[in-house]
Design a protein around this ligand. Sequence first.
Ligand code: FES
Length: 104
Amino acid sequence: MSDHAFRISSNEEISRGKQIEITLNGFKVSAFEGETVATMLLALDKTTMRTTIQGEPRGIYCGMGICFDCLVVVDGVANTRACMTWLKPGMSIATQTGLKAQEI
Ligand code: FES
């Protein structure tokens, strides 16, 4: 097996899941099934997913559920890790301040 077997070459197209609609901070946004909340936020250039109670921005750090820096509110549930949460149609997502849910 070639050591390049798992790389995507520049001439291969990356296929995305079905286009869906979700709500982000009260606004309708298009997203894709099969992607995480973090992926969608990064694709929208939203690198700050929460702020600490001191006002410091936090976003993706580990990308694998360990650091808890990517916490957002999903369908009213605060402290949800964006990097570990798959997008679903109609999902409501909000950025978060501290460990409490931010009003949408
Ligand atoms: S980026 Fe570390 S838990 Fe999500």
